[in-house]
Design a protein around this ligand. Structure first.
Ligand code: BES
Ligand code: ZN
Length: 620
């Protein structure tokens, strides 16, 4: 507890009994959770609106300009922002220059930026520019784009990277509205997590408005030679020219998804739902930037087989963007709810069986993740303690898949109708606010469990390791067929050719590949590849899981080594590439991993680089 917070706590406790007017005046107007990943002291002074005036310089690969905040304070004599690897040129309070202080540089958190204010202060302006250490930004050369003609810029704010491109109070509980004036080269279009243009401007100048308050990690910018294609009046896609039709085809069901989501948990709050498909070095599958989801091109499979990713990012429009984790320790509130909601959207569009296949894949991921953490059981709690750690490192599939399993088990216990009205009311009641794990549990106990006289071991799920014994059983008929085929193939009653003739969908193929027995002979493995041609799979998910198995089985035929290397050289999606580097490492092929990584590393975004550097013990 900081000294101030202690003082405030004492004051509040005293005030319950008696409170003099001066003490009342000094009482903080709001009380925010303690976020160990931000230097901001929002109980003293907090920014409510951002006016961002910036220019993107592709030559120098920097962003330069001014962030002007409208602030609210109690009796504070200073306001504290987060800044990491930024050059701060000047700070002004209500237009008058003041001197600022930058604190010690912490490798995870960056620096505190402290600016003196008076009680009457209304605005604080910070003139700054980014540096080549700015982790949120990735500048791409034309060669790294689809059309190969123009450079590209993308940002990634979650978890604590927004402070590397904007000096900001960077805690997820600190919502703010923003207006941005962004200047880019006139051949390029800029788009943000805000109201967006549908065409390029003549002069490279763009004005953005985000009128609903959002968390800092959701401020996002992409700049490139982009075009827009509408799917419905409120949904559409941005992509480079050579991709736009494929992307439009792939995501044709977007309006149906928004509809299904609204039918479940209430009105879509952000008016527009667009998706931009970025170059392949984007480090995530998707990122739920409000009004404009960022997506990897690896989901453009040609057959709409990987679109659950869109359902997932859309679901964040409720769980995450509307009701937001207060700190990164509560990350499961964002992701666990979102996976649950994602499955419900997919079920509404494509049926129970499809959703159960997706859920089964997640269930296997969860089992594997718990196994990975066998000597670190506290990492398998839903509620985390990431103090002193990079929050990004604590964000594994536990939050997603255990979070999902918790909610699914809850649903099966109370029944779907009760679950749905509970969730609908939860989103409605807490819209545009933040949630801690404790606040959620109190709400759950009162509004779902006690009301319906249901007993549920919430604390086991949230505060204990592993999977509680009451966990729902996830069964997929189509996956059972796959498991039977695996047994028959292993025992010899089914050969590879007949196996490959089976009319399986992508999820079934993924399930099959992931469950190829360890002890299968290299001859059998080769025969399988010859028959099914997995080494030249065009579906990125199939390719990824197959490459992992190829590494596990020390398999080198059918040019698979080249395919793996190409994949790692072009794709920067962290989950994919880390799966493959991890497989190399696990199978005593660290040298091969480092050989490829050394070449591929310059193509990756900093979040992927950080993860893989750590994993391979790489230092440049
Ligand atoms: N919000 C996450 C991405 C993220 C998580 C960024 C943690 C930074 C830190 C996003 O919604 C997500 O979960 N993406 C997944 C896809 C999803 C279908 C599971 C991904 O990127 O693979
Ligand atoms: Zn997510």
């Amino acid at each position: 507890m900081t000294i101030f917070k202690k003082a405030a706590f004492v004051l509040l406790t005293v005030c319950v009994v008696s409170c003099s007017p001066t003490e009342k005046e000094m009482k903080p107007t709001n009380s925010y959770a303690n976020d160990t990943h931000s230097y901001a002291k929002p109980n003293e002074a907090v920014a409510k609106h951002l006016l961002l005036d910036v220019e993107v310089d592709f030559e120098k690969e920097i962003i330069k300009g001014t962030a002007t905040y409208t602030i609210e304070s109690t009796n504070a004599s200073e306001i504290v922002f987060d800044a990491k690897n930024l050059k701060i040129h000047q700070t002004l309070v209500d237009g008058k220059e003041v001197s600022f202080t930058l604190g010690a540089d912490n490798p995870i958190l960056g620096q505190s930026l402290t600016i003196p204010i008076t009680k009457a202060a209304k605005t604080v302006a910070i003139r700054y520019e980014t540096t080549d250490k700015t982790e949120a930004l990735q500048f791409l050369n034309p060669q790294q784009t689809a059309d190969k003609e123009h450079p590209f810029l993308l940002t990634q704010g979650q978890a604590i990277l927004t402070r590397t491109w904007i000096p900001i109070q960077d805690s997820p509980q600190l919502r703010l509205t923003y207006v941005a004036n962004v200047k880019v080269p006139k051949e390029l279009m800029a788009i943000m997590s805000a109201e967006n243009p549908k065409e390029k401007s003549d002069n490279g100048k763009y004005v953005f408005n985000m009128k609903q308050p959002i968390s800092p990690y959701l401020i996002a910018l992409a700049v490139g030679d982009l075009v827009y294609k509408e799917i419905s009046p409120r949904t559409g896609v941005y992509a480079e020219k050579s991709m736009i039709d494929k992307v439009h085809y792939e995501f044709a069901d977007m309006e149906k998804m928004v509809n299904a989501a609204e039918n479940l948990y209430g009105k879509y709050a952000w008016d527009q739902f667009d998706v931009v498909v970025l170059p392949p070095s984007f480090p995530f599958g998707g990122m739920e930037n409000p009004r404009l989801t960022f997506a990897t091109p690896t989901v453009i499979a040609g057959d709409r087989s990987l679109t659950s990713l869109i359902a997932h990012e859309l679901a964040h429009s409720w769980s995450g963007n509307l009701v937001t984790n207060a700190t990164w320790n509560d990350f499961w509130l964002n992701e666990g709810f979102t996976v649950y909601f994602e499955m419900r959207i997919m079920e509404a569009l494509y049926g129970k069986e499809y959703a159960n296949m997706l859920a089964s894949i997640g269930r296997q991921d969860l089992a594997e993740e718990i196994e990975n953490f066998h000597d670190q059981p506290e990492a398998t709690h839903l509620k985390l303690n990431l103090e002193g750690e990079n929050p990004d490192d604590g964000m594994n599939s536990i939050a997603y898949d255990k979070g999902y399993l918790f909610l699914r088990t809850l649903e099966e216990t109370v029944g779907r109708d009760k679950m749905d009205s509970f969730l609908k009311e939860y989103f409605n009641k807490h819209a545009f606010s933040t949630m801690t794990t404790e606040k959620f549990i109190t709400y759950l106990n009162a509004e779902l469990l006690e009301k319906n006289k249901v007993q549920f071991n919430v604390n086991d799920w949230v505060y204990k390791a592993g999977i509680p014994s009451n966990a729902a059983k996830i069964v997929s008929d189509k996956f059972q067929k796959v498991e039977e085929a695996i047994t028959n193939w292993k025992e010899g009653s089914l050969n590879a050719t007949d196996l490959c003739k089976k009319d399986w969908n992508i999820q079934q193929k993924i399930h099959f590949i992931r469950n190829i027995p360890k002890e299968i002979s290299i001859e059998k493995f080769t025969a399988l590849d010859n028959a099914c041609q997995f080494s030249s799979a065009t579906n990125s998910y199939i390719a990824m899981v197959w490459f992992e198995q190829a590494i596990n089985h020390d398999y080198h035929a059918n040019n698979v080594d080249m395919q793996i290397e190409n994949f790692l050289m072009t794709v920067g999606r962290r989950w994919y590439v880390s799966t493959l580097y991890k497989a190399f490492k696990r199978n005593d092929q660290l040298e091969e991993a480092i050989r490829i990584y050394t070449k591929a590393r310059p193509n990756y975004h900093s979040v992927t680089v950080n993860t893989i550097d750590d994993m391979l013990g790489y230092s440049n």
